[in-house]
Design a protein around this ligand. Structure first.
Ligand SMILES: Nc1ncnc2c1ncn2[C@@H]1O[C@H](COP(=O)(O)OP(=O)(O)O)[C@@H](O)[C@H]1O
Ligand SMILES: Nc1ccn([C@@H]2O[C@H](COP(=O)(O)OP(=O)(O)O)[C@@H](O)[C@H]2O)c(=O)n1
Length: 208
């Protein structure tokens, strides 16, 4: 069984995807981490993000530590959003995502294009969203907890810029799949959002 969870930055898609994976005993892949890791490798290597060839080379992801806290930074999110618009970068990362999705027993993946490009035949698809100010507040709090405090206005501006870029790019833009279920978490706490999402997945799977 494949569950696809897509949505904009800090909408709560990772929280929901992890909860669904736990509930069904499935492996989970945060696909944003792949783009963040490629972006960070490029930056650390002194590469030029405006050069697609260099960005594609960074997608080898050799020796990447996916637990590196720097991957959670807004800088990594911004560079990820920039290089993820390159068709060559998307092509370089597609295979490992599809292999992960196709493993025996199934998987849960979250990102921007899981239901539309990576796993269009997923058994259940969710599109998780929330108002930009709500998402910025969550990301602001999260960054503060991680010791990466930024002005709120800067976090909101970053999120809005990233949303605009992710939605308008030609290659696999952020968009809700026609057969996805919309979960707006703006007024929902974590437990409530997870409960709504699980209800939607159960309904989609015909469990009730
Ligand atoms: N429904 C919610 N209500 C309040 N905070 C939430 C909710 N969902 C997620 N969060 C918090 O918001 C932050 C971003 O959530 P996350 O699931 O990582 O989002 P995404 O994967 O979309 O970037 C995390 O700190 C998370 O704990
Ligand atoms: N499947 C995916 C996942 C992320 N991305 C890109 O990678 C960036 C970082 O993704 P993320 O999921 O880690 O970001 P957050 O939602 O956690 O802020 C996004 O802004 C997208 O540009 C993508 O293009 N496709």
């Amino acid at each position: 069984m494949i569950v696809a969870v897509d949505g904009p930055a800090a909408s709560g898609k990772g929280t929901i995807a992890r909860a669904i994976a736990r509930h069904y005993g499935l492996p989970h892949l945060d696909t944003g981490l792949l783009y963040r890791a490629a972006g960070l490798a490029l930056l650390r290597g002194g590469g030029d993000p405006s050069d697609e060839v260099q960005a594609v080379a960074a997608c080898a992801l050799t020796g990447v530590d996916f637990a590196d806290p720097e991957l959670k930074s807004e800088a990594a999110g911004g560079i990820a959003s920039q290089i993820s618009a390159y068709p060559g970068v998307r092509a370089a990362l597609i295979e490992r995502q599809r292999v992960f999705a196709a493993q025996p027993g199934g998987a849960v993946l979250d990102g921007r294009d899981i239901g539309t490009v990576i796993a269009p035949a997923a058994d259940a698809k969710l599109f998780v969203t929330a108002a930009p100010e709500v998402r910025a507040r969550r990301r602001f709090d999260e960054l503060e907890r991680l010791g990466m405090k930024l002005p709120f206005a800067e976090v909101l501006a970053d999120i809005e810029a990233r949303d605009a870029r992710d939605r308008s790019r030609a290659a696999a833009p952020l968009t809700m799949a026609g057969d996805a279920h919309l979960v707006d978490t703006s007024g929902l706490g974590v437990d409530e959002a997870i409960a709504r999402a699980l209800d939607a997945v159960r309904a989609r799977l015909g469990e009730r």
